[in-house]
Design a protein around this ligand. Structure first.
Ligand code: NAD
Length: 258
């Protein structure tokens, strides 16, 4: 039977790949995130064509608790419940702490951490009522280890690990699992665009930029793909993963083994 899946921040990159993965599995999707009306309409049509399920778009801004409440309520109203919640929306800002703009700190904590409190807060009553549920948090290697100049991002992602474990314990007797996926570097369009400029600036080939700059921390020297992350999300949402809760799956080419 088709599940109902909400993926926050799914108009681009990893979230889009996860939405596509669930759509191919025949699920109903609520996608969310920013983008032009045309691009979003095209994404809804394309994701909808991948499987038997239906796809709707909700424009909730993950900094706005009322809009997040409406996102979850809309999933329930449209599809009659919520089976899988994927907390994926996230942003980054890189700066030494003394120069880090306080408003950027607030924005990153709001989108990368607090929004997941709100989605989970509203999703859990629906999942408890149904007697099952899956909550999957897109965290990062930066939920487990730090890098300099990413104070807000690393703090938010470590916070997401704590939220994941706490809610998993609260829901353990309700057939609702809560887990994190911790990717290393994923070649999203955002990262791809930086490569030619960095190569020019450092006098390197594009391949050297990938292996020696972007993938400096990643032993395999290969990027993680959105399809690999979507496969892990589908596993965590499956019946086979019913005893996997309060933990994380690292997909980081060995980064956090060091
Ligand atoms: P991306 O920039 O390609 O996509 C981010 C998505 O979030 C977009 O759909 C965007 O519209 C949406 N978004 C941003 N602000 C929002 C807001 N206020 N409200 C609603 N939606 C909003 O990024 P990505 O690389 O696909 O990252 C997705 C998640 O994976 C993030 O949580 C990120 O931290 C995590 N992650 C990414 C990488 C990587 O290397 N790309 C590695 C580890 C973890």
């Amino acid at each position: 039977m088709a599940r109902t899946v909400v993926v926050t921040g799914s108009t681009s990159g990893i979230g889009l790949g996860i939405a596509e993965g669930f759509a191919k599995a025949g699920d109903n999707l609520v996608i969310n995130g920013f983008g032009s009306e045309e691009a979003i309409n095209q994404a809804v049509d394309r994701i909808g064509s991948l499987g038997e399920g239906s796809v709707i778009y909700h424009p909730a801004d993950m900094t706005k608790p009322d809009e997040i409440a409406d996102l979850i309520a809309t999933a329930d109203k449209t599809f009659g419940g919520l089976d899988v919640l994927v907390n994926n929306a996230g942003v980054q800002h890189v700066s030494p702490i003394e120069d880090f703009p306080p408003e950027k700190w607030d924005q990153i904590i709001a989108i990368n951490l607090t929004s997941s409190f709100h989605t989970i807060h509203h999703a859990v009553p629906l999942m408890k009522k149904a007697g099952h549920g899956r909550i999957i948090n897109l965290v990062s290697a930066h939920g487990l280890v730090a890098s300099p100049f990413k104070s807000a991002y690393v703090a938010a992602k470590h916070g997401m690990m704590g939220l994941t474990k706490t809610v998993a314990l609260e829901l353990a007797r309700h057939s609702i699992t809560v887990n994190a996926i911790c990717p290393g570097y994923v070649l999203t369009p955002l990262v791809e665009k930086q490569i030619p400029d960095t190569a020019k600036a450092r006098g390197m080939t594009e391949e050297q930029v990938k292996t020696d700059v972007l993938l400096a921390a990643q032993p395999t020297k290969q990027f993680v793909t959105v399809e690999q992350i979507a496969a892990a999300a589908l596993y965590l949402a499956s019946d086979a993963a019913c005893q996997v809760t309060g933990t994380h799956i690292s997909i980081d080419g060995g980064w956090t083994a060091q």
